[in-house]
Every structure is written in structure tokens, then in C-alpha cells.
Design a protein around this ligand. Sequence first.
Ligand code: SF4
Length: 294
Amino acid sequence: MALASMSEIFERMARNGQEFWEVVLADDMDERQVSREASMAKMLTTWQAMQDAADSYTGRKRSVSGLVGGDGMKMRQYTFRGCAMTGGYVSEVIAEALSMAESNACMRRIVAAPTAGACGVLPAVLLPLCKYEELTQHQLLEALYVAAGIGSIIAYKASIAGASGGCQAEIGTASAMAAGALVALRGGEGEQIGHAVAMALKNLMGLVCDPVAGLVEVPCVKRNVIGAVNAVSAADMALAGIESRIPVDEVIDAMGEVGRRMPVEFRETALGGLAATPTGERLKRELTAKREKQ
Ligand code: SF4
């Protein structure tokens, strides 16, 4: 990985007169020794896989444990009845984040962005936007390169895995990727992408990884919602000219440090947080007994 920091991207943008996404594209071509066409074809496949996963969601499937499934559809029906306080784009973001994360829990095909547990965040902000704005395929690919670059840098400087950095590293990173992609789609400057990433990460810093019964279901599915809605608010703040007082690379470093110092109980071991509540323990016992009977 040649890109080691957000500052490096900003420097390359200034030096080569490139946009954020072009720096990431050039890095991918260099890293994997592929042509521009090959790199973009692979990104298009990723985008199509996200669309396919969204299109094939019906709300009827339940996870093997039975803990999750159907909430994406419930949210859509609630919005359709005109009850949602958010409404419009944000309501659809919530429904899409639930649907995609449920699809992962129900073993359906999704795109890990950056991980399977956080797969709902990025498509949740991008797919509904296509209904509200006329976006070209090229614009969406550019946004995906921006997201990919942000994810790679966070993986390099800190962590993107709940097992090593807590949920802040997984949902937090997905949220930062989505925030940066939204700013790029709306024509924001590189610096605004940086501020959106910083704000998205800061707002989820310290979030622990505590999956009930060790399954990527509770609280994971609903945490995709907060990651997506947080991304929308961070992108809007950045586009409004609001800045993060702490520079983005320092925020990423701080997230990494928080993750390294996080007790092991809060790093996907299912020994703390929600997993260790009386209900979390009971669900674990019930699911274990059910598995043993099968
Ligand atoms: S709680 Fe853990 S397993 Fe669930 S989404 Fe967050 S990081 Fe992933």
C-alpha cells in the first residue's frame, strides 16, 4: 500500500493536479499492476454486487439464530405510511442499512466494505441517493474510489476489524468511507472529504465490539444504521463548511490507539458490553442449547 495517510493523498492531489479518487485509482493501478480500465471494471463489479444485494432483499429471510431479519422491510413500510420523522432520503438510508446488514446475517451475498459486519453502511448512503439525484455511473465509481482510499488508509494506520479495534474500527471506518464518498459525490474539495472522515470517526470513537452470542447480528445490524446516518450528518457538516478541529490523520491515529488499549472483552470476544447483559447471556444459552439439539 503506497498511500499511508490522508495528508499524502492531499499532497498528491496538489502535486499532480488530481482529484482524490484519481489518486486512489492511480495507487490501485500501481499496487496491482493493472490498467485503468481493469481497475475501473473491478470497481464496477463491486457496485453491481451492491445493487444486486439490495434488489434481491425481500424482508422474508431470518438469520439461523432467528435474532434478525425483516426490519429493513418494516422500516420501509413505516416510511411508506408517512410515519417516519426523518422521511425521504434519510429514511431510505436507515432501511437500506438494515436490509443490507440483515442480508449479511442471513448469509446472502453482500460486499464487505470494509468488512461483512459493516457492509450496510456504504450502500445505504449511496443507493438511495441514486433515486433522488441524477448520478452517472462514473460519478458513483469515483465515490467508491474515495471510499476505498479512506478504508485503506484507516486499515494501514489503525484498524478496520472489530477483533482488533472494537466496533469504532469496523462501523466507524465504514461510516468514514461513506461520509467521504458523499462529499465527493456532492463535489466537495479534498479538504472537505478529510473533515467528513474526521467527524464521522470522532463521533463513533470508543464504540465497543460486543456481538451477542458471538454472532454478527445483535447489535451489528442496527449499528450499520448509526454508521450510515452518522456519515450523512458528517458529510453535510463538511459540505456546510464545518471543520474538524483535530486533523483527520490525527483522528485516525487516536482511533487506532483507543482500539489497541480497548479491553479484550470489547473486541469481538462476546465477553462484555451487550453480549454480557443478562439477556445477552440468556440468548447465548438458548442458541447453544438449540444447536446441540440439532
Ligand atoms: S459489534 Fe463487532 S461484530 Fe458487530 S458490527 Fe460492530 S465490530 Fe462488527
